[in-house]
Structures are given as structure tokens and as C-alpha cells.
Design a protein. Sequence first.
Length: 202
Amino acid sequence: MRVFVPFALLLMTAVGPVWADDGLLPPASSGRERLVSVVPADKAVEFNDLFARLAAAKDRNEAAGIEAEIRQRWATSGGATDDLLLSWTAKSVAAGDAAGALDILDELTVRRPAFAEAYYRRGTLHLLAGRVSQALGDLQTVLRIEPRHFLAMKELAEVLESLDQHERALEVLRRLQAVDPQMEGLSEAIEAIVAGSHGRDI
């Protein structure tokens, strides 16, 4: 059951690395496993404050506002040209040109190999097209760069559950819960996996 809204409608540290023993084939090696965030120290402080506020949000409305602030910052690469390229991907998707958006995102991951948002958007486009292996590779890369990327976590959990990796999906959702406990649909997604765990090894 899909609980979360896909990227096409979303265009508008509490997690560890993605596991190597989850029964899934790892993405082709490209050096991405060594990627780390290149957020400047002063910006990192801002992010930490935002994530602290997100974890302490009292309700969904408060959390949604903080999520929007974080997502706005994620969409900033540090370069005006690359920010413009990223904005074009949203316009391409809105115009029905997913292939064009993918071309731009491919270029962005080369130009900015530690730009998590480019991998996230490309991964969600792969998901919408049914390219699960490519999507997994990109979502894993996002979480190596930014382990608190709540959107990548929710998408990854959904993919894992679709592959009957229920235990792993539940683990991702539990870690997502620590980052963004008011995430829309999160409690229901956790309850659905737990409720269906009878007869499964969870």
C-alpha cells in the first residue's frame, strides 16, 4: 500500500548508512560510497537546528513548515548555474518531459557529486518509471551524503517493502520516525508493517 506522495507531487542525525546485508544487490561501484556532505560549517549548524526543531515538532502543521525550510536548503547546490539546472528539472517534469529532467540530473550528479538533492530527484524519477535498481542506487547515495534526508528514507522504505524486505523497511521507518516523527503517513506505514508481521519473521 503506497502511503506517501511521489516526487511528481513534491516538486513544489539520526540515520545510519544503508545496509550492505539487506539482501539487495548494491549499486554499481562508482566511488559514491565515499561521498560525504560538503555543507559549510555555518550552514551545518543551521541544518542541525532545523532538524532538532523537526524532531520536537508538536504537530503535523509545525513539522510541515520545518520540512519546507529544509527542502528549500537541500535545493541549493552552492552554485547559481547548478541551482538553475535543478529548477529546470521541476519544469521538465511538470511539462511531462521526464527524460529531459533525467538528462539534467545526470549532468548535475557529475558537476556536483555530493549534491544529495540531484540524486534524490533522479531516484524518484527512476521509481516512477519502474527502474527499481537505479532508484535504489540513487536513494542509497542520498543517505550516504545526508543521512537525515527524510524524503529519501520514506521512498527507500517503500521500495524495500515492495521487495518484501519488511524488516528493513520497518527499520528505515523507525529511523525516519526519530528524524521526523510528524511525517505525514508515517505512523500508518509503521502500523501496516507491524500488523502484517504475523506469520512473518519481523
